[in-house]
Design a protein around this ligand. Structure first.
Ligand code: DC
Length: 218
């Protein structure tokens, strides 16, 4: 069977990475989590300490080495050789990542890397601008979303399971702010591509969503 290029976009907490990872495994494809790449840049900015400014973000772009590897169904993210897979999921990183991802030079560098990773096909890539900008020629395009209450609840459970003391109202507030920032930014805003299939996962189970994605790829 032809190895496809699959693009999945959608807002924060829609469950993209969970279902995309499972679908990629079932299809025997490589999963590419582009949000993790912007988080990696945000992580490095936070390492510098102090106030986060656009200047500070732009200063880390030229030399940062972001490496994404996918093996045995697991993504590992490295920044300058250091494994930061766990550290890029903290609320501190989530809080500044939209500011980081809004800057042109950051996006140019990440999009170049993303296109190179998709060259050989057999990839399932998720993000915000995959179908509209990174891979407009993708074979399958899916826009995955869910209600904001459901998305906040999912993220809350995920972080609690990791032992983090988080507040549901704070998470909902943060997700709403990220939706706004991601949808209203000037460069490559989050928008459903004209030729993408809308998949609203509110009230759906993970296996149901995975089955729908696999169905679209076969
Ligand atoms: O999917 P996520 O929450 O890990 O993404 C982190 C941030 O990165 C999100 O707020 C928007 C940004 N992002 C982006 O601008 N473009 C992408 N292709 C993926 C993520």
């Amino acid at each position: 069977m032809k190895k496809l290029v699959v693009a999945i976009d959608g807002p924060a907490g829609a469950g993209k990475s969970t279902v995309a990872q499972l679908a990629a495994k079932e299809l025997g494809y490589t999963y590419i989590d582009t949000g993790a790449m912007y988080r990696a840049v945000a992580w490095k900015v936070l390492q510098q300490g102090g106030e986060v400014t656009d200047e500070k973000i732009l200063a880390v772009v030229p030399d940062i080495d972001v490496d994404l590897s996918y093996e045995n169904g697991k993504t590992t993210v490295r920044v300058d050789g250091r494994d930061v897979t766990g550290e890029i999921r903290t609320p501190e990183v989530s809080h500044i990542v939209s500011q980081v991802a809004a800057l042109g030079p950051v996006r140019e560098k990440m999009v170049d890397l993303q296109r190179k990773m998709a060259e050989r096909g057999g990839v399932l890539m998720d993000g915000r601008d995959i179908a509209t900008n990174v891979l407009p020629g993708a074979d399958v395009k899916i826009y995955l979303t869910a209600s904001i209450a459901e998305r906040a609840n999912r993220r809350y459970k995920e972080l609690r399971e990791k032992g983090l003391a988080v507040d549901l109202a704070d998470i909902e507030h943060d997700i709403a702010a990220r939706d706004k920032a991601d949808m209203e930014r000037e460069i490559s805003p989050l928008v459903q591509a004209d030729d993408a299939t809308l998949l609203d996962t509110t009230g759906m189970t993970i296996p149901e969503v995975v089955a729908r994605i696999i169905g679209m790829c076969r």
